[in-house]
Ligand binder design. Structure first.
Ligand code: DLL
Length: 443
């Protein structure tokens, strides 16, 4: 096993480097980004007030709206002419958020992804089938440059055209597959439809992320594809993929690149730090970025962290898999549910394929959640395509009961025919909110 220097350092050594990076970044943004100068002046803090890492709490948070308000380049710390690349995330509403990279930023990002691929099980000489989308999304190009840096052969497949992807995997024989977990499922199912055995490919490791997925989905993908599937996390505001990567040895949390990012976990309501091991919202500060350094960015992602040494030997901070985004959390009569929790319980049902969507509706008074789930082809045939047959009604009751018991909420269950749930080629859409439209229609 190859461990990068920082991955086996003492915690005290890691934290020394973090403090240095933090002070440097605070000074840089204060001097170069008017938004930060104003915010720091308001809270009366300078880099000289930062004596240890907890002093970061004296600084204000940055949120997505700040990026939108300074669209497109208002938060960059260097002249635009010194950037070699921009990326942007579309988001669900309003202007996209734009991020920029200097040549050094692109190079550190490639180093981090090279490390991430190694953590996931890859090595020089391997081949990486990269089915993350190429373009403004950071997934495709992020994995691409990191793969080249590690000297793996990158196949820039990008998303979509699944039959061609399958052909390429068969012909080129890659060891590594990188894509969203929902797309990996899509690829595996399509292989089966084409009469091919997804377990018989050359693939050994999956680098899956960019969307929440459950432990059950991991088991399903590992079983379907005969691989080890590891979780990769990141977001464009912080860098892109590679902020954290789960190791194939322990598969027990994602190793954060501590030398590049400082993580905090806060209670999203009180904004106070939570104890190590407790769940909260992840907040990241970049420690080495030049083009778009960022201070205390509230990610909206819910997870916990630990600084306990991993079984693989790495000493870096580990985060749990992401439970979900705060915006995707469904609140029904006081109970909070994340789609990943619903997924966790659905995958146990042999009658279903693991594709689902939660539709939120409002019938005038109450919010309702409709869980759309897809029935297996063989069962659908057995029921002669009747989704109101006695067997179907029994399944609906079983599903309702399971959701009520484990997620503590009532959901209406709608069975759909095979392929009734749209397949993703990138990030899967798990929550569809009809409520605003419903209210307009009722007026
Ligand atoms: O999704 C970067 C990425 C690309 C990560 C490829 C991993 C692999 P954005 O489009 O800016 O960047 O979206 C970031 O996606 O705040 C999370 O809500 C979600 N996300 C990313 N990785 C994971 C993961 C990329 N492993 C947003 N598990 C983040 C759960 C994830 N959610």
């Amino acid at each position: 096993m190859i461990l990068h220097e920082v991955e086996k350092s003492d915690r005290s050594h890691i934290e020394e480097g973090q403090l240095e990076g933090l002070k440097r970044t605070i000074k840089t943004v204060y001097e170069n980004v008017p938004f930060y100068k104003k915010a720091f002046d308001k809270s009366g803090v300078t880099h000289e007030d930062i004596k240890d890492l907890t002093d970061i709490r004296k600084l204000p948070f940055t949120v997505k709206k700040d990026l939108r308000d300074h669209y497109p380049f208002g938060l960059f710390a260097v002249n635009r002419k010194n950037l070699v690349r921009v990326h942007a995330s579309s988001g669900t509403s309003g202007k996209p958020t734009v991020v920029g990279y200097t040549e050094n930023d692109i190079s550190s990002w490639a180093d981090l992804i090279a490390r991430a691929i190694t953590i996931a099980g890859g090595k020089p000489g391997d081949m990486l089938h990269n089915a993350y989308g190429y373009g403004l999304f950071t997934g495709g190009l992020g994995l691409h440059h990191g793969g080249e840096r590690l000297k793996v052969t990158v196949v820039p497949a990008s998303g979509g055209n699944t039959d061609r992807q399958i052909q390429l995997i068969e012909d080129f024989e890659p060891e590594l597959l990188a894509c969203t977990p929902s797309y990996a499922l899509n690829i595996a199912e399509r292989m089966q439809e084409l009469g091919k055995d997804p377990r018989k490919t050359s693939l050994k490791y999956g680098i899956f992320g960019a969307e929440p997925w459950s432990e059950e989905m991991r088991k399903r993908l590992e079983d379907l594809l005969g691989i080890k599937a590891c979780d990769i996390y990141g977001l464009s505001e912080i860098m892109g993929p590679g902020v954290a990567m789960e190791c194939h040895e322990a598969q027990d949390g994602l190793h954060i690149a501590d030398d590049h990012f400082l993580v905090e976990v806060i209670n999203p309501e009180t904004l106070e730090p939570v104890k190590e091991g407790e769940q909260g919202e992840l907040v990241f500060t970049s420690l080495k970025k030049e083009g778009f350094p960022i201070i205390r960015y509230r990610t909206g992602d819910i997870a916990s962290i630990t600084t306990e040494k991993c079984k693989c030997g790495r000493t870096t901070t580990r985060m749990s898999r992401i439970k979900g985004r705060i915006d995707d959390m469904i609140i029904i009569r006081g109970v909070n549910v994340f789609p990943s929790e619903v997924e966790h319980h659905l995958i146990g049902f042999a009658e279903l394929v693991p594709h689902y969507q939660l539709h939120l509706k409002n019938d005038g008074k109450l919010d309702r959640v409709l869980l759309h789930v897809e029935v297996k082809e063989s069962l659908y045939q057995e029921w002669d395509g009747k989704l109101d047959s006695p067997g179907a009604l029994e399944l609906i009751e079983k599903l309702k009961h399971t959701i009520k018991t484990f997620c503590l909420v009532n959901m209406d269950v709608i069975l759909t025919e095979p392929k009734g749930i749209p397949r993703s080629e990138g990030k899967a859409v798990r929550v569809v909110d009809h409520r605003k439209k419903d209210k307009v229609l009722q007026k």
